[in-house]
Ligand binder design. Structure first.
Ligand code: GLN
Length: 567
């Protein structure tokens, strides 16, 4: 079949859930049997999100192939239930960098290189490349209509429409309908303005998704029909929801999937199966029981509003595990500095503790104190990346007796550097090469049998041992040195520091076990999982398993953690 393209753009203002809407449309079309993928355009000049501060941009999402990209891609993967590539995030920086590189190497053959047509051409070729092999390609254009920055991307969409014909391109405009406090009436004017701005670029939206606090009534739909010339049938109500996984179900209530297929001249290839999804949504909304989990992070430095956004994948992974087990998870944000000031009293009422990923020295001692509390009081603990490194530091200090042990990230001259840089990372930092130089993306971890980590992965069916399949893995360094008989899993990474191999046997003698490791091509042994068998549930990983968790396929470590915490 001919490839079909859907462009999603936002009017009125940003932050109204364009990412979730795009992800939901993707899931719906997949349910109708079409191979669907989603691309996010970020009109900023940064090459990728890797060097952006969490306060600027929320969480950095890491793809299997090591892209550090926009968190909306996380929503796409979670909703589509499929892996996306770094190519699915296109930034202005990448577009210009490719054009300039091509010009410098003489590939334009002496032509004048111009904004039109070269920039939209580069955008289109990137969209096509990311969409290769798919039937339907969704592209969400970041920012708001009317921004200078997204004009080239909208121009590219229009050019593609001209090239392929209107029956192969659909435009979805997501707007916001405010209800001003003093008049209590839903206003459509900003939406009308947004539609007008799109017209100026030659784009006539096929669908208007109306985000609002409450559902859109027929009076308002009619108004948009009259002023914007869009039939009410294509004006879709998208009210606020408590649980984002309800969004595709809400859209389907308005038959959005079939309407989009209709505009693309397609018929459903199969009947959607929403039963399991609905069951999990119900279990999130009305769980059999609820538990309180503490997430210990850098609260003050990040600020109350963006903190949750910075750990969005961890929240979602906890939620997925809870949904599967019919357990509601109340996440409590505990500022590590508060523990530094007031001790562990605040941790008393939690059923489990999580220390997520992090960087730098702020709040580190508070996190270490919380980990010690979990270890000594037999409270379930899940450590993610920095949360594993600090668990190793804690154990070294309080069990091995290296009272000053640390990670060299915080204390570069430490005499017991249980967490340290490997030689290759040391080189990178010496040369100040910060962009895309961490250990990024998926790496294999060979699991040690008879460990809790092994049992959890086994139960999930995520372990591979098939040596034939390893031939398909394109980037061999991700697989590393896997031998016949090894059982391994892939998880994604984003860090520079590693467990210092010098100390491994000391830890194991005292009861902290390394339950999985990566054997690198260069011959390094990188520790991937730790656990304390004498503890109820003390598990941590150098990876970010939250990046491979979705509603129907929760991450095994989160599942184990939530199950034990609820006991
Ligand atoms: N700061 C640590 C490192 O770079 C951990 C990173 C993380 O938690 N993502 O190794």
């Amino acid at each position: 079949m001919k490839q079909k393209f859907i462009f999603v753009a936002g009017g009125v203002m940003s932050g109204v859930g364009k990412g979730i809407a795009t992800a939901s449309i993707g899931r719906i079309l997949k349910e109708y049997g079409y191979k669907t993928t989603a691309i996010k355009v970020d009109p900023y000049i940064n090459f990728d999100a890797g060097t952006l501060r969490p306060t600027e941009h929320g969480e950095v999402w890491v793809t299997e192939d090591g892209g550090e990209i926009d968190q909306d891609l996380g929503s796409y993967e979670r909703f589509l239930g499929q892996e996306l590539s770094r190519r699915n995030n296109i930034t202005t920086g990448q577009v210009y960098s490719a054009i300039i590189e091509r010009e410098r190497s003489g590939k334009y053959g002496g032509k004048t290189v111009q904004f039109i047509p070269h920039v939209p051409q580069e955008i289109i070729s990137r969209i096509k490349e990311a969409g290769n092999g798919y039937n339907i390609i969704l592209t969400e254009i970041g920012g708001t209509i009317g921004d200078y920055e997204n004009i080239p991307f909208l121009f590219a969409a229009k050019s593609l429409e001209r090239e392929l014909g209107k029956e192969n391109v659909v435009y979805v405009l997501i707007t916001y309908l405010p209800v001003p406090h003093h008049i209590s009436e839903m206003k459509t004017k900003p939406t009308q303005q947004a539609i007008k701005s799109l017209y100026q670029l030659g784009i006539f939206p096929d669908f208007i998704l109306c985000r609002a606090h409450q559902p859109l009534d027929n009076v308002r739909k009619k108004k948009i029909e009259t002023y914007a010339n869009i039939e009410t049938d294509y004006v879709i109500s998208a009210p606020d929801v408590d649980n984002v996984y309800e969004v595709p179900l809400n859209f389907e209530r308005e038959k959005l999937g079939k309407k989009i297929l209709g505009k693309l001249h397609l018929n459903p290839l199969k009947k959607p199966k929403w039963e399991e999804w609905k069951k999990l949504v119900k279990s999130i909304n009305h769980p059999k029981k609820e538990i309180d989990i503490a997430m210990i992070g850098k609260y003050i430095d990040i600020g109350a509003f963006t903190l949750k956004d910075s750990y969005i994948s961890v929240n979602e992974a906890l939620r997925h595990a809870g949904a599967m087990l019919n357990i509601g998870i109340n996440i409590h944000w505990i500022d590590a500095k508060e523990i530094e000031e007031n001790g562990t009293e605040i941790l008393k009422n939690f059923r489990g503790l999580v220390v997520p990923g992090g960087f730098g020295l702020s709040g580190v001692e508070g996190k270490i104190t919380a980990i010690k509390y979990a270890r000594e009081n037999n409270i379930p603990y899940l450590g993610l990346c920095f949360g594993m490194q600090l668990a190793v530091v804690e154990f070294a200090r309080n069990v091995l007796g290296f009272s000053n042990a640390h990670t060299t990230e915080v204390d570069p001259k430490n005499r017991n550097p249980v967490i340290d840089l490997m030689p290759s990372q040391r080189e990178v930092l010496k040369e100040s090469r910060y962009g895309a130089t961490m250990r990024l993306g998926a790496y294999s971890a060979i699991l040690r049998k008879n460990t809790l980590v092994y049992r959890l992965y086994k139960e999930s069916g995520r372990i591979s041992s098939d040596m034939k399949k390893t031939k398909d893995i394109k980037e061999k360094f991700r697989l590393g040195k896997v031998r016949k008989g090894d059982e391994f899993v892939f998880e994604r990474h984003r860090h520079r520091y590693e467990v210092n191999p010098k100390f491994i046997s000391k830890f194991e003698k005292k009861g902290l076990i390394f339950s999985g490791m990566h054997r690198s091509i260069a011959g390094e042994k990188l520790m991937e999982f730790i656990e304390i068998p004498a503890h109820r549930f003390f598990v941590a990983t150098q990876a970010h398993p939250e990046f491979k968790s979705s509603l129907c396929h929760p991450s095994p470590l989160f599942l184990g953690f939530v199950r034990e915490s609820a006991k």
